[in-house]
Design a protein around this ligand. Structure first.
Ligand SMILES: NC(=O)c1ccc[n+]([C@@H]2O[C@H](COP(=O)([O-])OP(=O)(O)OC[C@H]3O[C@@H](n4cnc5c(N)ncnc54)[C@H](OP(=O)(O)O)[C@@H]3O)[C@@H](O)[C@H]2O)c1
Length: 337
């Protein structure tokens, strides 16, 4: 069926300025790491992208290696984009990345100029886009000079293959060095993409302060800890869940769902219920309460998860008592990577 976007969509979303740039991002974005690969039904992928856009989600986050197999999420996106979203191109912010292993040999991994520039060319072919809005270096490269990697980001922006540059997985000092080089090159870093959730708070030890000082945006990923911060694992491990499917591409495995973790999740779930939220909504709201966060990238396997999670923006205010209670519950939680 041909797609006609919901005309009310921009009333449904909050848009936050990304650092001190001219760009605003939706408070909730959609990521295509899982559930957009070759084995995943195209109809469900299409429904998720349409549901997202109909609710004001204007930002889709991809990477060269998302699949399976690597590259498949970009191909899936490209198919749906050409059928449904081409006429909305200027309303969309589409990101991709390079930095993890993509192809065999010495040029398909990490951070050389050779890898980044050829990878972005491949991404443009797979998605059918003329340019991406944000191109990220996906993780630091311990062997390549940071200048080389940042010059590659600067170059693709100057060529118009990307509109903005971003980094992901960089620690505070590495991020500061990257920002400084990019600033000198004339392509200031738009955004940093770190992992951040109630179960993984590493960004609170310096990174958020650096981003605020440098006026760089912050978009968090795995904010639901890949689904652990929802109620789905409280009564066992559903076969169709990410843990239940026993995927090997960076997905959570069954062994981390211990009785100790389930107990923590149950307590958070009870607190969320007192706030009239699902745990997923509260976990996202808890990240969005910090104004330094530009957006949360949500992952989803079903359209209904997107509509449920989106309600987080209806209430991201927390009382001091609620915050203290959450800290107290989390102080007993196992630390996740
Ligand atoms: N820069 C990086 O290095 C990096 C790394 C990882 C991810 N990312 C980006 O971040 C995005 C999100 O990562 P993620 O998938 O780990 O995120 P996540 O939001 O923590 O987890 C997504 C999973 O949570 C479950 N879920 C979502 N909403 C739900 C709801 N309302 N109720 C119940 N369950 C719900 C679904 O699990 P089920 O599948 O079990 O249904 C879904 O697949 C990725 O797609 C990618 O774009 C970036």
């Amino acid at each position: 069926m041909s797609y006609s976007a919901n005309s009310n969509r921009y009333q449904l979303m909050e848009y936050r300025r990304c650092g001190n740039s001219g760009l605003k991002l939706p408070a909730i974005s959609l990521g295509l790491w899982h559930n957009f690969g070759e084995p995943d039904p195209l109809e469900n992928c299409r429904d998720m992208l349409r549901t997202a856009f109909d609710n004001g989600i204007t930002h889709f986050d991809i990477a060269n290696n998302y699949g399976p197999p690597p590259g498949a999420a970009e191909t899936t996106f490209g198919k749906i984009y050409s059928a449904d979203f081409k006429s909305h191109r200027d309303e969309l912010i589409i990101s991709t990345k390079a930095g993890w292993k993509m192809w065999d040999g010495p040029y398909g991994d990490f951070g050389s100029r050779k890898y980044l520039i050829s990878s972005l060319d491949q991404s443009l072919k797979r998605t059918g886009l003329e340019y991406v809005d944000i191109f990220y270096h996906h993780r630091p490269d311990p062997e390549t000079r940071l200048e080389e990697t940042m010059m590659a980001l600067d170059q693709v922006v100057r060529q118009g293959k990307a509109l903005y540059a971003g980094i992901s997985g960089y620690k505070p000092a590495e991020a500061e060095s990257a920002f400084s080089i990019l600033k000198q090159l004339g392509t200031p870093c738009l955004i940093h993409q770190p992992k951040y959730s109630m179960l993984n708070r590493w960004v609170e030890n310096g990174l958020l302060d650096v981003l605020e000082k440098e006026n760089v945006g912050c978009i968090s990923f795995s904010t639901l800890a890949q689904g652990l911060l929802t109620d789905k694992y409280i009564k066992g491990i559903p076969a169709d869940s990410r843990a239940g499917r026993q995927l090997d591409n960076g997905a959570i495995s069954k062994d981390i769902i211990t009785p100790e973790l389930v107990n923590i999740v149950q307590q958070l779930h009870d607190l969320a219920a007192q706030r009239n939220q699902t745990l997923a909504q509260m976990a996202i709201a808890w990240i969005l309460k910090d104004k330094r966060i530009t957006s949360v990238i949500l992952g989803a396997s079903k359209p209904a998860q997107i509509t449920d999670s989106l309600k987080a923006i209806d209430n991201y205010q927390f009382s001091k008592e609620e915050l203290d209670r959450i800290d107290s519950i989390l102080s007993r939680a196992p630390r996740l990577q």
